[in-house]
Design a protein around this ligand. Structure first.
Ligand SMILES: [Zn+2]
Length: 537
């Protein structure tokens, strides 16, 4: 009798220990596809059955109507928002670059002059998450497991790797386009692990260059795209038509790989090497791998969404993701890892492409601000009153204005009057008046969510729909409130995820709180999103 009770006691003890271990996945894999619009899940209709997208959509859960809830819709902000569950107004990541209002100096989102590059002799490693003001979901996982979880960030772009992994990550690795190597900074470690040096020694970039780039399928079957050669496509790779030869880049131009699908392959290979060499997902303490695929953005900027280049790039990325899931299935175990996939922002079609099809679209030439500075000089007697326009905000040179004792409101009035009737300008106003001017409530909320005063400008510019700003005459860009920039995919797959989909509106800020709810850990410190009830069992 006593023996039976003892047995039952140990039985329940082992049961409770067991359930504790199975409450969390072994590994969380966060995938961000840079510049992936939601409609790319459907417009490139030749994804493979065993590829990444159909696998996640068929066996996982799709939040079909996920929207970015702030402007500007830009890479650093997107990565920060996905992983912090917050908005630039709170996490402080208001752009890729901003102008610090105290010093009037440009600040890159992951700049950190107090650290050193590890893995190369360039300045590409003077980076850390110091400018991120909140925690990310990865920090919260670390805190929840008393730092026994391993967290590693991977992306070609420094910001796509550093920001997601958060402050307390074991490592973040990114690509140095000057050397062709994966690097990090002394914020994380003083020397690269041996396995990273070994990976770099293979110089895969040269092998990819030897392969060039031709379409995956016969080029005449790319019916979702315009013809191959278009005047508005950039020629940064030496031309803008298939097949591309990259032999001229071998051993020299290591940065060119960014604008090819090989950039995504290199990222996937490195991510797999991280899992193997850092033993991610091997024990029962949940690890977190953040992977961002950046080449989709470089190719989108150069050729636009309707190019064969971008279509082919997504068909290849789909295969790459499929292989990554096959790898994780065998290494970590099917349903032992939780994966999610989203994007930092979308993009507009190339304006010239839209115009070809009678849809109004154009580029606002940023050289207008040189002219405007001349106008201001005439009126107020000072040079360079406008520092720049950044993230659709005009930043005034406050130190000059204050020193010269010029009336700030007069300057703002002059700028607004000058810009108001320019083609493409839909709204221009003093950002301090954001609460008062008549404006669609969604746009207002997005601007409020994007505003962190110490890092933002003085005058807000909103362009007409289908207008973009920039100096470039080719390709496209992103950054405003419109659905083509703000509607992103959100797929969930693996551990604890039941197949399905919802058309309910979900915010980019809901992603991190949902992971927190699934893992039963604290929500990131600045999170404003809510767990998605459809995902939580
Ligand atoms: Zn971009």
């Amino acid at each position: 009798m006593q023996k039976n009770i003892l047995f039952l006691f140990f039985f329940f003890l082992s049961l409770s220990a067991k359930t504790q271990n199975t409450e969390r996945p072994k590994l969380v894999v966060g995938i961000v596809i840079d510049q992936m619009r939601w409609d790319y899940l459907y417009r490139y209709n030749r994804y493979a059955q065993n590829g990444g997208f159909k696998r996640m959509m068929g066996h996982g859960y799709s939040c079909e109507n996920t929207l970015i809830s702030y402007a500007p819709t830009i890479t650093a902000c997107g990565h920060a928002s996905i992983y912090s569950g917050s908005v630039p107004a709170i996490n402080g990541i208001v752009g890729n670059t901003w102008i610090d209002r105290q010093t009037s100096r440009y600040v890159y989102c992951t700049d950190d002059k107090s650290v050193k590059t590890v893995g190369s002799t360039t300045n590409a490693g003077l980076m850390s998450p110091a400018n991120l003001l909140t925690t990310t979901i990865c920090d919260e996982l670390k805190l929840a497991t008393n730092f026994r979880s391993k967290v590693i960030g991977v992306a070609l772009k420094d910001r796509g790797s550093i920001i997601p992994a958060g402050h307390s990550a074991n490592a973040a690795y990114w690509y140095d386009g000057a050397t062709g190597d994966w690097i990090t900074s002394s914020y994380y470690m003083n020397n690269l692990p041996k396995w990273v040096n070994d990976f770099n020694a293979k110089k895969l970039v040269n092998k990819y260059y030897e392969q060039g780039w031709n379409t995956l399928y016969p080029i005449n079957t790319y019916t979702q795209s315009s013809e191959d050669s278009k005047a508005y496509e950039a020629k940064g790779l030496g031309g803008n038509t298939f097949p591309y030869s990259f032999k001229q880049f071998v051993g020299k131009n290591f940065g060119a790989i960014l604008t090819t699908p090989h950039g995504n392959s290199l990222t996937a290979e490195f991510a797999k090497a991280v899992v193997i060499n850092e033993s991610l997902g091997e024990d029962n303490i949940t690890d977190f791998l953040t992977v961002s695929f950046s080449s989709t953005d470089y190719i989108g900027h150069s050729y636009g969404p309707n190019s064969i280049e971008e279509e082919d790039n997504f068909l290849r990325l789909d295969k790459e993701l499929g292989e990554l899931f096959d790898f994780l299935d065998s290494k970590v175990g099917k349903n032992q890892y939780l994966a999610f996939l989203s994007a930092d922002h979308g993009a507009l079609q190339a304006p010239e492409f839209l115009k070809e099809h009678k849809i109004p679209s154009a580029r606002l030439d940023l050289n207008v601000f040189d002219t405007l500075n001349q106008v201001l000089k005439k009126q107020f007697g000072r040079d360079s009153i406008i520092i720049d326009m950044y993230n659709y905000q005009i930043v005034l040179n406050t130190p000059i204005i204050q020193a010269a004792n010029i009336n700030l409101d007069e300057i703002k009035k002059t700028i607004i009057q000058y810009m108001f009737y320019l083609p493409g300008v839909a709204r221009i106003f003093d950002i301090n008046l954001l609460a008062q001017i008549p404006l669609n409530s969604r746009i207002r909320e997005m601007l409020v969510n994007g505003y962190y005063p110490k890092r933002c400008g003085d005058i807000q510019l909103i362009l007409q729909s289908q207008w973009i700003e920039g100096y470039s005459k080719t390709g496209t860009t992103h950054g405003l409130w419109n659905p083509y920039d703000a509607h992103i995919p959100l797929l969930w797959y693996g551990w604890g995820i039941k197949p399905g989909s919802t058309a309910r509106e979900i915010s980019i800020t809901d992603i991190a709180p949902t992971i927190a709810a699934l893992l039963k850990i604290q929500t990131p410190s600045g999170a404003v999103g809510k767990p998605i009830p459809e995902i939580i069992p």
